[in-house]
Design a protein around this ligand. Structure first.
Ligand code: NDP
Ligand code: PYC
Length: 346
């Protein structure tokens, strides 16, 4: 392990997260759901959406944006549609409130959608699709962010980093999951590159004059780029429409306008769709899931890896060690925040 990282025990990470969030003013529900999400991400070595994101959650309170005690309101809108109004809280408690209704509806109707509205959103989407796939359902989740990303052929930010996530159940195994930003690099990674004063990979950003740059500060003044040129750009536009106008919530441009220079995490909605193989296939579901397994074997059989395989390996290491690696500068900052909030960290 490089000197840039420090191992922290899982229990200590949970205690640090919950005590920081509670001391800052979050309700127990929010402190628990946020901590659980960032600790799980850190255990899977997803550094851009792990413990680092506690800092964003503390900033949300300090800048007076979030309602730290918001109670999500669940609305059963139609046989296959559930909506949860997060009421200006963080999205994760709203997801918890809506999940049982979503899965129940998916089993009844074969397909169902959960719209989360009015939420601050900082998290990775894989924990959500993984939870749904663990229940034997197929899942898709999309959300927008702030307008940081230029469309293919353009030079001004319009889209968010707009992640797209998919989960597929695999009986007896971890589900098949992928989760990626439709930008060439996630904003969280740009922020980590800025902190570490490291250049960005080529092809991820342009400066304010529209010229390619690898300087993270110039990228922030200019625009990020989508992955896959026009293809990522079209996917990103689709996500704007699905998680914005379709569910009556902000686009990335509207989210950044609402932010009004506060520079906190985006405020918008999220769309999650669940599909039930048993409703589509009845008794034939199990045989058809096995055909999915043949596909995965064909991928892995030639030495290629499945998405999420790196995460699942990291998770197994963290579970065995009871500890996980965290960037030292992130832990240092969290400990400074803890001292300011007069929390004992060890
Ligand atoms: P990555 O590029 O790190 O990974 C994308 C996906 O591809 C992962 O599922 C990853 O699996 C898989 N993958 C990576 N390399 C390979 C490979 N060689 N072969 C097969 N699969 C591979 O993701 P991003 O940086 O784009 O996004 C990181 C996170 O940021 C996501 O979790 C996303 O939800 C989050 N995000 C959240 C936003 C929000 O608004 N809430 C906005 C944008 C991003 P593995 O994990 O195993 O490496
Ligand atoms: O990494 O792009 C990102 C991001 C935006 C909001 C949360 N994460």
């Amino acid at each position: 392990m490089s000197d840039d990282f420090e191992m922290i025990a899982t229990d200590e990470a949970r205690a640090l997260g919950e005590s920081l969030l509670l001391a800052a003013g979050y309700s127990e529900d929010h402190a628990r759901t946020i901590t659980d999400c960032v600790v799980r991400a850190q255990m899977d070595e997803c550094h851009s959406h792990g413990l680092y994101r506690l800092i964003s959650c503390l900033d949300l309170i300090e800048r007076g944006k979030v309602d730290p005690a918001a109670t999500p309101v669940v609305e059963d809108r139609a046989p296959a549609i559930v909506r949860v109004d997060a009421r200006r809280g963080v999205s994760l408690a709203a997801f918890e409130a809506g999940l049982p209704v979503l899965t129940e509806k998916a089993r009844q109707s074969g397909i169902a959608a959960l719209a989360i509205n009015n939420c601050f959103h900082f998290s990775a989407l894989w924990p959500e699709v993984e939870r749904i796939a663990d229940e034997g359902l197929v899942a898709i989740a999309v959300t927008v962010s702030h307008a940081w990303v230029a469309p293919a052929g353009g030079s001004r930010p319009v889209f968010g980093t707009n992640p797209f996530s998919f989960g597929w159940p695999r009986p007896g195994k971890h589900p098949f999951v992928f989760d990626f930003a439709t930008s060439a690099i996630a904003r969280g990674d740009i922020e980590l590159h800025r902190r570490m004063k490291l250049p960005l990979p080529e092809g991820t950003a342009i400066d304010a004059d529209g010229e390619p740059t690898t300087d993270p500060d110039k990228a922030v003044e200019g625009a990020m780029l989508t992955f896959g040129g026009h293809k990522g750009s079209a996917l990103s536009a689709m996500i704007e429409l699905l998680a914005g106008p379709l569910i009556g919530d902000f686009t990335s441009a509207e989210s950044i306008a609402f932010d009004d220079g506060a520079k906190v995490v985006p405020f918008h909605g999220e769309l999650i769709i669940a599909l039930d193989p048993a409703s589509f296939l009845g008794q034939a579901a199990s045989d058809n899931l096995k055909r999915g397994e043949a596909l995965f074997e064909a991928v892995e059989g030639q030495g290629a890896r499945l998405p999420a395989a790196r995460r699942y390996r990291a998770r197994a290491r963290s579970e065995k060690a009871g500890a996980m690696p965290v960037r030292r500068n992130v832990l240092d900052e969290l400990r400074v925040r803890a001292a300011t909030l007069e929390i004992k960290t060890r």
